[in-house]
Design a protein around this ligand. Structure first.
Ligand code: MV4
Length: 452
């Protein structure tokens, strides 16, 4: 039983978790940095405790400070949200060692997911398609040449502990391989403390499609996919469910892959499996995200399942209370991530005071945000200020609803990416569902609200 939990996060996701707890009768403890003393999550929680100065490293990432607050307030669990300590196997382990239930996967499952080469090897072993290339870390330059010659150029070099686009290098011909191989190794060592790297065939113009799962005690179910190809510099901007290009047969196939892999690594809690889809429509498993994700609401809208409540339930009962046959995908949902950034100035972050605010509403509109009129956005953290989610029966209706809600969104005092989203959803290729991960790069020249 969870009577009281600590939320090791801030912003909209801390509020999302507090809301789920309130509805389940679980008491909440918020933590905050000195800079966040006026942040909304501190007001919504039953208790809130300062864990350090503005710097994340000394507050939201300080394991000793957070564990001290757990002890001080007598919680029996910790929800990490996303980012910060969400995928730290060490943090999950320390929580458990001190008797605080970690509301997420086990340390072993976090580690198995965090090592991309390992996840890929396991996937391949159980018959899930993976991108051609190495199944083991590449040790020598000779080996790198052999793999690249076998798959053919271009190839991509990735860090085993990278993910999310960090530490990647595309190699277009054999002349560049040695140099980029050594650079990638060095960078991986610096960024991730581990120089393990691997090589894959580079897929041109892929789509990023991910599958939401819930798992507990050897059991797992899938909740459909999310289309996440609309992104800029590896930051997702728009996510939707279902994907405009995934057929019912594909969905069942992807779901079966996801469940099989979740069981193979004994995964528990909510998680996501990322796939790339090539131009021919083939799917390849890429990596596992061992956390609740920013874009989870679109899956919630089309399934009617509260994924955060399910995470809490799994942590309490160590079993799933939903059967696969209960999961039905209905309607269409699209999420826009609204950032405090200036699209006319290279998406420079724009912290500062919100002078006036109108938050859209009406039928089929859901907003996840921590901002309010008078709130001073601190410069120290992620620039996400709101998620606008539209839901309707069909994709065309959903786009019209989203357009209507974006036009109602009023944030004065700072620059936001609302206008940028208005540009995106007006593009014919977006409306037609005809896009891939290069959509923004290929279309931004058409938009008068964007300068990079
Ligand atoms: C790739 C790829 C093409 N071929 N791997 C970027 C994020 C990281 N998770 C993997 N990524 C990619 N891996 C191969 N073999 C292209 C990307 C990629 C990408 C993937 C998903 C979403 C946006 C992307 C943007 C650029 C490149």
């Amino acid at each position: 039983m969870l009577k009281k939990i600590l939320i090791a996060n801030r912003g909209e996701i801390a509020i999302r978790i507090i809301r789920a707890c309130k509805e389940l009768g679980i008491k909440t403890v918020a933590i905050y940095s000195e800079r966040d003393s006026n942040s909304l999550h501190t007001k919504f929680a039953d208790e809130s405790v300062c864990v350090g100065p503005s710097s994340s490293a000394l507050s939201y990432l300080s394991i000793p400070n957070i564990i001290s607050v757990c002890e001080l307030t007598g919680v029996d669990g910790v929800h990490p949200g996303y980012g910060f300590l969400a995928e730290s196997a060490r943090f999950a382990e320390i929580c458990e060692e001190n008797g605080f239930k970690f509301i997420g996967p086990s340390p072993d499952a976090i580690m198995a997911s965090g090592d991309k080469v390992n996840a890929k090897r396991v996937a391949k072993e159980i018959g899930i398609p993976v991108i051609p290339g190495t199944a083991e870390p590449v040790k020598s330059i000779e080996e790198a040449f052999e793999i690249a010659n076998n798959t053919g150029y271009p190839v991509i070099i990735k860090a085993a502990l990278g993910g999310g686009g960090r530490g990647m290098r595309v190699v277009t011909n054999s002349d560049d391989l040695q140099k980029l191989f050594l650079m990638a190794k060095q960078e991986a060592k610096l960024a991730f403390g581990d120089d393990k790297i691997y090589i894959e065939k580079y897929l041109e113009n892929p789509r990023h499609i991910e599958v939401q799962i819930l798992a507990a005690d050897g059991d797992a179910i899938w909740l459909g996919e999310r289309e996440c190809s609309i992104q800029r510099r590896h930051q997702k901007l728009i996510e939707e469910a279902p994907s405009p290009v995934v057929s019912d047969a594909d969905r069942v196939k992807l779901g079966a892959y996801a469940v099989k892999l979740a069981k193979a690594i004994n995964y528990s809690s909510a998680g996501t499996l990322e796939f790339l889809r090539d131009k021919q429509g083939n799917f390849y498993f890429m990596e596992i995200n061992a956390r609740i994700q920013v874009e989870h609401p679109v899956s919630e809208m089309v399934t009617g399942i509260d994924i955060v409540k399910e995470q809490l339930n799994i942590a309490m009962e160590n079993k799933l209370n939903i059967k696969q046959s209960d999961v039905k995908i209905k309607g269409h949902a699209i999420e826009c991530r609204i950032n405090a950034e200036d699209p006319l100035n290279g998406f420079r972050p724009c912290p500062g005071k919100i002078k006036a605010l109108y938050i859209p509403g009406g039928p089929g509109i859901r907003i996840e945000t921590h901002i309010y009129s008078g709130y001073d956005i601190p410069p120290d953290y992620d620039s996400l200020i709101a998620k606008l989610i539209a839901y309707d029966e069909t994709r065309p209706q959903c786009i019209k609803r989203l357009e209507r809600a974006l036009s109602e969104f009023l944030v004065e005092g700072i620059y936001t990416t609302v206008s940028f989203h208005q540009n995106i959803i007006k593009e014919k290729d977006f409306i037609d569902g005809n896009f891939d991960v290069n959509f923004i790069e290929e279309h931004k020249a058409n938009w008068d609200t964007v300068k990079t």
